[in-house]
Design a protein around this ligand. Structure first.
Ligand SMILES: Cc1cc2nc3c(=O)[nH]c(=O)nc-3n(C[C@H](O)[C@H](O)[C@H](O)COP(=O)(O)O)c2cc1C
Length: 143
């Protein structure tokens, strides 16, 4: 059994729906999954997890949400996360997903093991989108 932590920020609930579906997938096989909003996340606990999923929509102009998620991600950059299984996900609207490509690159530079490319879903995830989220969680758990 693995301990998996999912940390997310969501302003209008779309990325939150993704987080819950990622959690469903990650729970397969009896893993213990903790889903936390970023303001409640304790970095030390997150870093100790066997695998980490981070979720944040595209905000500003193709960047992470700046008040809470960006500082949390910056704080992770000070940690040794080499080899740590990780996935990223988030909702967007009008952009082309640049924020997620940048985020994948950024976490990749820390030497984490990305189980898949960051999953982006336009606005509210539909059934197909939720299925993609569950698959992402299950890929993370299987690393
Ligand atoms: C202040 C603000 C900035 C945004 N900037 C972008 C952006 O640069 N690119 C984009 O594709 N969507 C952008 N969006 C749209 C959100 O990413 C989209 O509404 C998303 O579904 C919100 O997810 P959430 O419900 O988890 O907060 C922005 C939304 C807001 C409120």
């Amino acid at each position: 059994m693995k301990n998996i932590t999912i940390v997310y920020w969501s302003g209008t609930g779309n990325t939150q729906k993704m987080a819950m579906a990622v959690a469903e997938g990650a729970k397969e096989g009896g893993n213990s999954v903790n889903v936390v909003e970023v303001q409640d996340a304790v970095k030390e606990d997150v870093v100790k997890s066997d695998a980490i999923a981070l979720g944040c929509p595209s905000m500003g102009c193709e960047v992470l949400e700046e008040e809470q998620m960006e500082p949390f991600v910056e704080s992770l950059e000070g940690e040794d996360l080499k080899g740590k299984p990780m996935v990223l996900f988030g909702s967007y609207d009008w952009g082309d997903g640049q924020w997620m490509r940048d985020w994948d690159d950024r976490m990749g530079k820390l030497g984490v093991r990305l189980a898949a490319e960051g999953l982006t879903i336009q606005n509210t995830p539909d059934e197909d989108g939720l299925a993609q989220c569950r698959e992402l969680g299950s890929k993370l758990a299987s690393l």
